[in-house]
Design a protein around this ligand. Structure first.
Ligand SMILES: [Cu+2]
Length: 105
């Protein structure tokens, strides 16, 4: 039962994020990047993912808390949990990863 609940939560998060991309052409693998302001909630050094509580990026991403795959850096080397940061979001046909995590000025 717990497993089902987790799967449902993940499915809901995916729906929330893909909402804006459904109208785009699914054929070509297009990568879109944009800056996003967020606070680091937690991290998983084993999977190299970071959980961010992000502000809305109009037209791209609603304000939400979600896990992002981190590329080009180690999750363990990022600023401490609770630090406000600016990251670059890479949206590849609705699947996301982040780079350039910098403390907010
Ligand atoms: Cu999201």
């Amino acid at each position: 039962m717990k497993r089902l609940l987790i799967a449902t939560v993940i499915a809901l998060a995916a729906v929330a994020c893909s909402k804006e991309t459904q109208t785009t052409t699914p054929a070509a693998s297009k990568e879109k990047t944009y800056p996003m302001t967020a606070t680091i909630v937690s991290r998983d050094p084993a999977k190299n993912t970071v959980n961010l509580d992000n502000k809305e990026v109009p037209g791209e991403m609603g304000a939400m808390k979600m896990d992002y795959e981190l590329r080009g850096a180690k999750a363990a080397d990022l600023p401490a949990d609770g630090t406000p940061v600016v990251v670059t979001v890479h949206d590849v046909n609705g699947s996301y990863y982040i780079t350039d995590v910098k403390p907010q000025k």
